[in-house]
Design a protein around this ligand. Structure first.
Ligand code: GDP
Ligand code: ZN
Length: 332
């Protein structure tokens, strides 16, 4: 039987089978996943094969290849990481122009890092009901910018429901990660999205590297025939900000040992990365992927930078200035 892992509590995994059953499973034997040392070999979002033994216990016997996954590195120096979710189809970053302000630096860093995980991002501008004229103009300028460089944008008010249907459509048949600063209205929006539908909230407790349950809970919700995964507030965003070094920690660590600090790992003498490829410690293919990824990140950042320069010309920056000045005034 095949299915989707929708919950993970300790060593138990809840699998929604393709014929609609919900089955609690354990893992069969020892899974060793290529390229990643993880505290949890199977994660929410994994497509798995399950088998039943004679006692009627279900076991996960196989994991299908992941198209992507996001990890949280454990704080200690062991190279273990915890897979937060696998096979994300997209990420929705919920932002607000104001109340609170989401900076474009924050958005851009998020976008660049999401590229590293190959997860498409859609931007959800919330609280449009609360914006004044200046803020609405700035909203449209930002939406223009991000749409032009390939990031679809939504204008919504989670409070009065405007625009929520469009988001619902964009969630169909997909696994979507929701992120955003706390206070931007993520919970309100998710509640609106779930609405009268089959409300199935599954609180997922995670284990940290030492196997303790941490207090952060991950929740996965079913909306139509899609799933949303909620990440609590800012803290979780640390998983995104590593750019290449999260995905290619091994290469980055080797690079620290290169003779030249600006080594490009192509032909320099004393290059630890080239040496590792020669000795077979890392494969040429992995190094090629690393180069490719670096290039993509630079391209994305350039695209964004270009967009912001354009915006600056349009004096949108000044508008931002007046926004924050006004905010300061109103805080007095
Ligand atoms: P979260 O921290 O991102 O989950 O944010 P919440 O959903 O808890 O919302 C934070 C605050 O913003 C609450 O007081 C909400 O009522 C308010 N809020 C959420 N969505 C909207 C909206 O669309 N418009 C307005 N005006 N307020 C909103
Ligand atoms: Zn090098």
């Amino acid at each position: 039987m095949k299915g989707l892992v929708i919950k993970n509590t300790g060593s138990w995994y809840q699998v929604k089978t393709d014929d609609g059953q919900s089955i609690e499973c354990k893992i069969k034997g020892n899974f060793r996943l290529k390229g990643i040392r993880s505290t949890n070999p199977v994660a929410v979002g994994d497509r798995v094969q399950i088998i039943l033994n004679q006692e009627g216990t279900a076991f996960i016997s196989e994991i299908e290849d992941r198209k992507n996954y996001i990890v949280r590195r454990s704080s200690n120096l062991s190279k273990q990481s915890h897979i937060l979710a696998a096979n994300l189809d997209q990420c929705m970053l919920v932002v607000t122009i104001n109340y609170p302000e989401t900076s474009t630096i924050f958005i851009d860093r998020f976008l660049a890092s999401a590229e590293a995980y190959r997860v498409p991002v859609k931007l959800v501008f919330n609280k449009v009901d609360a914006y004044d004229e200046d803020e609405l103009r700035y909203l449209d300028a930002l939406i223009n910018l991000y749409t032009q460089i390939g990031y679809p944008c939504f204008k919504v008010s989670a409070k009065n429901g405007n625009g929520v249907e469009e988001i619902k459509k964009a969630l169909e048949s997909k696994i979507t990660l929701f992120s955003g600063h706390s206070g931007v209205g993520k919970s309100t929006l998710i509640n609106k999205l779930i609405g009268e539908d089959i409300i199935k909230t599954l609180s997922i407790r995670e284990s940290d590297a030492k196997g303790r349950h941490t207090t952060t809970s991950r929740e996965i919700f079913k909306v139509g025939n899609g799933f949303i995964i909620d990440t609590p507030g800012m803290r979780e965003l640390q998983i995104w900000n590593g750019d290449t070094d999260t995905a290619f920690k091994d290469v980055e660590e080797l690079a620290l040992q290169c003779r030249f600090s600006d080594c490009t790992h192509t032909s320099e003498p004393g290059c630890a990365v080239i040496k590792a490829v020669e000795s077979g410690e890392i494969s040429q293919e992995r190094l090629d992927n690393y180069f490719k990824l670096k290039k993509e990140i630079v391209n994305t950042q350039n695209k964004l930078l270009h967009g912001h320069k354009f915006m600056e010309k349009e004096k949108v920056k000044n508008m931002m200035g007046s926004l924050s000045a006004r905010k300061k005034l109103s805080n007095k």
